[in-house]
Design a protein around this ligand. Structure first.
Ligand SMILES: C[S@@+](CC[C@H](N)C(=O)[O-])C[C@H]1O[C@@H](n2cnc3c(N)ncnc32)[C@H](O)[C@@H]1O
Length: 330
């Protein structure tokens, strides 16, 4: 992992600008594989390397997440705090009841994540099981350095979340918005992002459903300023860099996931494979088709076994098998 990271950095940013050098130094010191990766909720996984990096450069005093679900994003922030020995507090706020887009889910999701947090990050991480609008009063004004908004994704909900929590942000605050590129009925983050991103320095990652980075504070740190500056000038390089880092995380874990399913094990929370799980496996396979056809083929084969009549899965499964055969023949 480490050498791959270094190579990617050299290929993309090394020595090309002041920002490039700054980004490289941070990664050499900090980047590692994720401590927690829930393979049944992959939508956010692509942003784990950036979350880790951002916390490392910001050294936030308080990180608040609105919408933690199974904890992939929350634990990325926590891991960076822990490994970089930062003096930060991290709070995940969620009612763990589900919402319009997520459906409902069982109490076990909250209990399992609480158990993980208590075991891994007992000194600085906590969960607040309540509605966002109710939680806001327990944070002093100007106290939050990093806010991640990933709750309900309608235009009204995202606007309300940002505006309600705005007074709580410090003068070095950065706000992250997930799902900034999703075009789907009822999803309004894309529209809200198009408005709010013109009002502050900002950058939008275009993969894994999009992650908007909004530098709201009047005194953002020099490293954050440099990042946004470099990213704005070289959006493709920055997107490729972080996308590539995320791809390095996935295959190995995807394999473990495949093995688990092959052994016909149930998931940790004690439920069977769902429709959404199969969609997730399919989506990971699709995301790997250009960079790692071997892993993509394995995952698509699994998706095909689980959903033999799925048209796209069937088509891609055969396409990947053919692709592999021709590679081997060569
Ligand atoms: C998209 S999920 C979060 C995904 C998570 N960040 C990850 O890394 O996978 C959205 C979560 O927000 C929660 N949620 C939505 N609206 C809420 C509200 N108003 N108050 C509390 N929780 C809410 C849902 O229960 C759900 O768990």
């Amino acid at each position: 992992m480490f050498s791959v990271v270094l190579k990617k950095l050299k290929d993309t940013l090394y020595s090309k600008s002041k920002g490039g050098a700054a980004i490289q130094n941070i990664f050499i010191r900090t980047f590692s594989a994720p401590e927690r990766l829930d393979m049944t909720s992959l939508a956010w996984v692509g942003h784990i390397p950036f979350a880790y990096y951002l916390v490392a450069i910001m050294k936030p005093r308080k990180v608040v997440e609105l919408g933690s679900f199974k904890g992939n994003s929350l634990s990325a922030f926590c891991q960076s705090v822990e490994e970089n020995k930062l003096d930060s507090k991290v709070v995940g706020v969620d009612a763990w009841e589900g919402d319009l887009h997520m459906g409902t889910f069982p109490e076990e999701y909250y209990l399992e994540l609480k158990d993980f947090m208590d075991n891994h990050y007992p000194n600085f991480a906590s969960l607040k099981k309540c509605y966002f609008d109710d939680a806001v009063t327990s944070f002093p004004d100007g106290s939050i350095d990093l806010l991640h908004i990933d709750g309900l994704h309608t235009y009204e909900a995202v606007k309300n979340d940002f505006e309600t929590w705005l007074p709580k942000l410090s003068d070095k605050a950065v706000v992250l918005f997930h799902d900034t590129t999703v075009v789907k009925k009822d999803f309004g983050v894309i529209k809200y992002w198009s408005e709010i991103s013109t009002m502050y320095p900002s950058f939008n990652f275009d993969f894994s459903h999009g992650l908007g980075v909004l530098a709201v504070g009047k005194n953002i740190s020099e490293d954050v300023r440099v990042f946004i500056d470099v990213a704005t000038k070289r959006p493709a390089a920055i997107n490729n860099l972080f996308y590539g880092l995320a791809q390095d995380i996935l295959p190995e874990k995807a394999f473990a996931f495949v093995e688990k399913l092959r052994a016909n094990e149930e998931f940790k929370c004690g439920r069977q494979v769902t429709h959404q799980d199969i969609n997730n496996i399919r989506d990971v396979a699709l995301s790997l088709e250009k960079t790692n056809i071997k892993h993509a083929a394995l995952l698509m084969e699994l998706a095909h076994k689980l959903r033999p009549n799925g048209i796209l899965i069937k088509k891609k499964h055969f396409e990947y098998q053919e692709n592999l055969k021709s590679k081997i023949a060569k």
